[in-house]
Design a protein around this ligand. Structure first.
Ligand SMILES: Cc1cc2nc3c(=O)[nH]c(=O)nc-3n(C[C@H](O)[C@H](O)[C@H](O)COP(=O)(O)OP(=O)(O)OC[C@H]3O[C@@H](n4cnc5c(N)ncnc54)[C@H](O)[C@@H]3O)c2cc1C
Ligand SMILES: *[C@@H]1O[C@H](CO)[C@@H](O)[C@H](O)[C@H]1NC(C)=O
Ligand SMILES: *[C@@H]1O[C@H](CO)[C@@H](O)[C@H](O)[C@H]1NC(C)=O
Length: 613
């Protein structure tokens, strides 16, 4: 314990001193945060920021870094570096910036791609402080109702509904009310949540300290001696759930945020963290998910950098000594070369190592052993539906609904993912239903009289693989027919819960793994990139999966570094910027957090005094 504390202390001290001595400008300051400005509703003005097309002329001179991919991870790394005085170019293959945080509008309906809600945005929380820094305080969030999720287990007619509430004490209290015979189990699970949330930074530190030191701490047993988190991260969720209770419904509650891995193959730590993430509230960005890239882009531009779209990177350039020195971007038939001393890839470990690196580098054993630690995740299937009716007319809610056909998630997922292509569409065992328009109060201002719904489930890439080489929107009758079998089953399921939807449906689009590959460039349609299987979260694997790579000057960022989710990918970006800048930017964030908390306490004290007088 003491040794780890000491090492952490030395690390912080060394980082702090070297930063002070070298006078590296601190990327983050309290002063850079301003009150949020008004929403920009003019689509043309928004497009000027989010859809700045790539041309040679627009490449900034004297770049300090190139970031491949404009997801939240890449944008966070870019903005952090920009704020440290670096000139950064972000290159995005799609025609709009944002990655999973982009939105698209069809027939007057606006849909988010990969953000339903996220948590830990309470005042002066670390994530809130970080987001405020990279957007200069310009993002505003709407807190969703306390009842933010419903879990519905619908097996053979005996339907059970469980509300999940946010709230420091209410989340736990409410579950105890739902499960009066399992009060102890709920308490135990919340203890695990607390340990994981409080000690998760130990695992992040493993990625920041030199790898030999991290491995030494783990192998010598010092790490385990300091905290149970290192063992917890490698415990499978089913084993922990079984230990706590025999109540299968409660097992579902403990693991309901499905991401394509059954509880028996997933880390109990990740599942606990996901629930913990919403303990202090679930939030939605005011103005929709695209506000995030919109505001971060402006911060990058302010420091001389740029975010350019329609800029697919085709190759990472590596010199004779094995160091990365630039990229090529495919523009028509041409491959435009751009050089920079640092290359950050935010397009996932598989795309980066298997597609972008030169073939002779790909085969190197160091690269292969990094790849062997990960495997591609499951793909997603999404149904986007638009309705000509208001929230009130449709009886829809800001609460998201998680539907399950059985309370045995392990068996249910094993069975589904081993089905044949033909069996799958009519046997989907779980889905998430969410209504973006009901979550955002500005939605009626932006798209009056319209409502929308997104349904999400996970699927096998192989079911869609035969159409891999067809072109988007021209994949043929049989593809369309096959995907609509999934879509109509999912839509029918949603209508069972919201019967007024059916008559008002005016728009529907289904997105398959191939759709994700086209718009998000996800490897095999896996929206969360590498699989979140148990082995990935073994402490040793966590220590080895880092932002720096065997290729000098090439760094990884985004969801493959720590975990998926907007928060997970953002931390991937912060860890990456820390590696590149050789300075743990978390120190600044923690100092700012402390400062703000002190300020708030002083204000509260002043107010109390005034009242007394
Ligand atoms: C349907 C769905 C629902 C989700 N729901 C939630 C939620 O409710 N809450 C939550 O917190 N998280 C949610 N997530 C997860 C979250 O959105 C992601 O984990 C996170 O945004 C990933 O960020 P990233 O920066 O790592 O990658 P991405 O956002 O995937 O960014 C990668 C970018 O790289 C680009 N790219 C790839 N290859 C190239 C190339 N060669 N050249 C140039 N650009 C390239 C891609 O186009 C993409 O823009 C959801 C995701 C999806 C898809
Ligand atoms: C962020 O966007 C809003 C409009 O939506 C704007 O008022 C604000 O100035 C932007 N922030 C930055 C940093 O430019
Ligand atoms: C889960 O963990 C328990 C205890 O360590 C182990 O017995 C079991 O085999 C594990 N299950 C899987 C699927 O790995």
């Amino acid at each position: 314990m003491w040794l780890l504390l000491f090492l952490v202390f030395v690390l912080i001290w060394a980082g702090g001193t070297s930063w002070y001595l070298l006078r590296k400008p601190s990327p983050f300051t309290v002063e850079s945060v301003r009150p949020a400005g008004p929403l920009e509703l003019d689509q043309r003005k928004r497009d000027k920021v989010l859809k700045q097309g790539f041309t040679k002329e627009k490449i900034p001179k004297n770049l300090d870094a190139i970031v491949i991919g404009s997801g939240i991870g890449g944008m966070t790394a870019a903005a952090t570096m920009a704020k440290a005085g670096k000139r950064v170019l972000v290159l995005e293959q799609h025609d709009v910036a944002g990655g999973c945080c982009h939105t698209f509008t069809e027939k007057g309906f606006e849909f988010d791609v990969g953000l339903h809600y996220f948590g830990q945005l309470h005042e002066n929380g670390l994530l809130k402080v970080a987001l405020d820094q990279i957007t200069e305080g310009q993002l505003e969030f709407v807190e969703l109702p306390q009842h933010f999720d419903s879990i519905v287990i619908d097996d053979s007619g005996k339907r059970r509904d469980y509300a999940v509430l946010s709230g420091k004490t209410e989340m736990e209290q409410n579950l105890k009310k739902h499960f009066p015979d399992d009060v102890k189990a709920v308490e135990e699970f919340f203890k695990i949540m607390k340990v994981t949330a409080r000690k998760i930074h130990y695992l992040a530190i493993l990625k920041l300290i030199p790898q030999w030191l991290a491995l030494f701490l783990l192998k010598s047993g010092i790490a385990d001696f300091c905290s149970s988190i290192f063992r917890l991260s490698g415990s499978n969720a089913t084993e922990v759930n079984n230990r706590l209770t025999t109540n299968k419904d409660l097992h579902v509650i403990f693991s309901y945020f499905f991401y394509g891995v059954s509880p028996k193959d997933s880390s109990c730590m990740i599942n606990a963290l996901m629930l913990h993430h919403f303990k202090r509230g679930a939030y939605y960005p005011k103005g929709g998910a695209s506000e995030i890239p919109f505001n971060i882009t402006k911060v990058i531009q302010k420091h001389g950098g740029s975010v350019l779209v329609r800029a697919p990177v085709s190759r990472i350039l590596v010199d004779k000594k094995g160091a990365a020195y630039g990229v090529t971007v495919k523009k028509g038939d041409e491959h435009v070369e751009i050089c920079a001393p640092v290359i950050i890839s935010n397009c996932g470990i598989f795309n980066t190592f298997q597609k972008l690196l030169p073939p002779e580098i790909q085969v190197k054993p160091e690269i292969q052993s990094r790849l062997d630690m990960m495997r591609p995740g499951k793909a997603s299937f999404l149904v986007f539906s638009g309705f000509d009716a208001t929230q009130e007319e449709l009886d829809i809610v800001p609460t998201s609904i998680w539907l399950f056909k059985s309370n045995d998630m392990d068996a249910m997922m094993d069975e589904f993912f081993s089905m044949s292509k033909d069996e799958a569409p009519e046997n989907i065992p779980m889905a998430l239903i969410t209504f973006p328009s009901a979550k955002d109060p500005t939605s009626q201002l932006r798209h009056p009289g319209k409502s929308c719904m997104t349904i999400l489930t996970m699927v096998n890439y192989e079911w869609f693989e035969e159409w891999r080489d067809t072109r988007v929107r021209k994949r043929g009758e049989d593809y369309f027919h096959y995907k609509m079998r999934f879509a109509s089953c999912l839509f029918d399921w949603a209508c069972k819960h919201f019967p007024k939807l059916r008559d008002k449906l005016v728009f529907q689009e289904a997105a398959t793994p191939l759709t994700n590959m086209h718009y998000l460039s996800c490897n095999r349609g896996a929206i969360y990139s590498a699989d979140h299987n148990l082995e990935r979260f073994y402490a040793e694997a966590m220590a080895r999966n880092r932002c720096d790579t065997p290729v000098k000057n090439l760094y990884l960022s985004g969801q493959d570094i720590f975990s998926c989710g907007v928060a997970g990918a953002l931390h991937g970006g912060l860890l990456c910027a820390s590696s590149v800048l050789s300075y743990p930017v978390y120190i600044d964030l923690l100092l700012i957090k402390k400062k703000l908390k002190r300020k708030k306490a002083a204000e509260a004290e002043k107010l109390a005094k005034q009242k007394q007088q």
